[in-house]
Design a protein around this ligand. Sequence first.
Ligand code: NDP
Length: 240
Amino acid sequence: MKHLGLEDKVVLVTGGNRGIGAAIVSLLEELGTQVAYTYRSEPNVESGALAIQADVTDPAAMAAAAETAEEKLGPIYGVVANAGMTRDNFFPKLAIDDWDAVIETNLKGIYNTLIPVIPKMYERREGSVICISSISGERGNIGQTNYAASKAGAIGLTKSLALEAARYGVRANAVAPGFIETEMTKAIPDKVKEKITAEIPFRRFGKPEEVAWAAVFLLSPIASSYVTGTVLQVNGAHHT
Ligand code: NDP
C-alpha cells in the first residue's frame, strides 16, 4: 500500500478552527498526522487536534504556539499558514486601519508563523511550508486592493523562501484557491455570487476539502518531494 509519508509527522495549521484551515486539519488527522492548529476566537470542539489560541499578528504568541506544538507533539515537519481575513472596500474609501489589519494578518502573520519554525527545519534538513494565497493575489479583485496585495505578497514570500530553503532540503509552496464556500465568502451578496459563479468554468464555488487535498499533496514528502516554489491553483478553471 502506498502512503503520503505524513503519518506521525507534526504539522501546524494557523486558523485551523474553521473553513479551509479546519478542512486541512481534519484531512491530516485522517492521514494519521499529528496536528496542532491555532485559532483566534473559538476552538473547533469537533476536532481532536491540539488547539492553541494564538493571534497570528502577535509574534510572541506565535513563537509560543510553535513551542507548545513541539513540546506536546514533537518536531514540526510542516506548516500551513492559512489564517486570513478580508476588509473589502473600493480603494478611495479604504481606511488605513483596514489596509493595516489585512496586511498585518495575511502577510506579516505568515512571517510571525514561520520565523520561529524555519531555522529548526533548516537544522533538521526537512520541512514543508504551505502559504494559502488566493486567486485575488494573482489576478486582482475589485474591492480587494489590500487583500490582493497581501496575497500577492504571500506568493513572493513563498517563492523567495523556496529558493533560500532548497539547500536545507526544505520546500515552500503556495496554494491559490479560487472562490471557496466558507464564512469568508458567505458575506458576498447573492447577486454578486451568481455573477462570480457564471464566470467560473466549473459553475460552482469550491469546497474547503478540495483545497485541503492540494495542501496535503504539497505537504507530502513523498507526493511532492521535487515540488517547491510553486503556486497550486484550486479554482475550477477560474484562471486569469
Ligand atoms: P474563514 O473566514 O472561514 O476562516 C478564517 C480563519 O483565519 C479562521 O480560522 C480565523 O480564526 C483565522 N484568523 C483570521 N485572523 C486571524 C488572526 N489574526 N489570528 C489567528 N487566526 C486568524 O476563511 P477561509 O477558511 O475561507 O480562509 C482561509 C484562508 O484561505 C485565508 O487565508 C483566506 O484568505 C484564504 N482564501 C479563502 C478563499 C475563499 O474563497 N474562502 C479564497 C482564497 C483564499 P477565528 O475563527 O478564530 O477568527
